[in-house]
Design a protein around this ligand. Sequence first.
Ligand SMILES: Cc1cc2nc3c(=O)[nH]c(=O)nc-3n(C[C@H](O)[C@H](O)[C@H](O)COP(=O)(O)OP(=O)(O)OC[C@H]3O[C@@H](n4cnc5c(N)ncnc54)[C@H](O)[C@@H]3O)c2cc1C
Length: 441
Amino acid sequence: MAEEAKYDAIVVGAGPSGIAAALTMAQAGLTVAVLERGEEPGTKNVYGGILFANVLAELVPGFLEEAPLERHIVTRRFSLLSEEAEMAFEFRCERYNQAPFNYAFTVSRARFDRWFASKAEEAGAELFTGVVVDDFVWSDGKVVGIKARGERPGEYDELYADVVICAEGANSLLARKAGLWKNPQPEHRATAVKEVIALPREVLEDRFHLQGDEGVAIEYFGAATKGMVGSGFLYTNGQTLSIGVGVSIAELHRRRPIPNPNELLEGLKSHPAVRPLIRGGETVEYMSHMIPEAGFRHLPQLVTDGLILVGDAAGLVNTSLFHEGTNLAMASGRAAGEAVIEAKEKGDFSRQALSSYLGRLRSSFVFRDLRRYQNAVRYLMDHPQLLREYPGVFADLLARYFEVSGRPKEEVRSELMAEIRRRIGLLKLLRAAWGLQRHVI
Ligand SMILES: Cc1cc2nc3c(=O)[nH]c(=O)nc-3n(C[C@H](O)[C@H](O)[C@H](O)COP(=O)(O)OP(=O)(O)OC[C@H]3O[C@@H](n4cnc5c(N)ncnc54)[C@H](O)[C@@H]3O)c2cc1C
């Protein structure tokens, strides 16, 4: 990396948000440096597995033919687990089997991020890998560049730009150093662990009823997290599956002894509904990562003089039932890139000029979805019975409803209705359903 060089923009982090920003700016002819700490884009990245590609389709119109996609998701399954049972809603749609495949694909981030970064490079952005950015260079209260870790401790290379876009991901130390994320709280973060398990392609396809490149995405609730706010997931890739658990850090810390996320994942893997799905597979990767789930009201300040936060570094993840992060990351990266292009035309990189970024987010699905689901995590935390008690109660009632007992069905039915009234309360149940549809689904 050249010392003392000056770019129109520096992007820190070559994840989906950073590359979307770099691509947008490079396509408009701006000089852009992308700094990535990994040896290659994607080597440090963790996600569950579904790349939501609606924004990607606009950024790279030929992505369907070019991108290293593994499977398109035709089946979505939402599964409520008790200790011994599974209650599931499954949706399969033939429409999702045709291009553009509902813009939902499993991808390997190591392969996808490298490919996506190559698109920004083709547009003219310069990518420097193996570079860790530790701080900003400030002048008169404005960010005017970055300090990258040098070869020896305490040594730094400085690189200058009109604007820095911080696309550092969930645990953005730079955003904190700039004073934009103030005191992130445990309830504003989830921690997730994930394994990639290899299975022969034919086994995977038989087991999950898949043909060709079809894929399935399963989300597990209830016993998957021992009733804590969070969920488990299982997604099919080409010849592997991804299985993981994400839980609110605040929830973990409330339990005694504090549960170990690895044990939660082992618990999910050994659940009777999950064990047969991963049987015979070999774990080939294990990883953990944070997920920002602050919600709309607790987002950091996203812009200051010479600096914009995007993607996870800005807390832009939809933590409702939809678990979308990749498309919000790309949408915010593109919005930041457009704001910089406009700022460059005016020659003004002040906080006020860069704030057109916020206007773009406000009119897009990013802020509208974040606002719509801003109470999702809080609602679930305030109603712990939904994920902790109710799955067991419902599983028990359903087991008895379907029990072959020789008793008249009418008698069983009224007995169970009476039991719902006693164990949950009809009004409470209706209120829970109303709350879920209002805040979470
Ligand atoms: C377990 C898990 C499951 C998830 N499942 C899904 C899912 O199924 N679908 C979905 O849409 N989203 C999912 N997400 C969220 C999704 O991963 C993120 O929203 C998305 O990756 C954010 O992109 P980003 O570019 O902002 O950050 P990241 O993808 O985290 O990229 C940040 C980049 O910055 C680099 N970097 C960090 N610090 C520095 C530094 N100081 N100097 C240089 N480089 C640096 C990193 O190496 C990395 O390449 C999941 C997240 C987790 C943890």
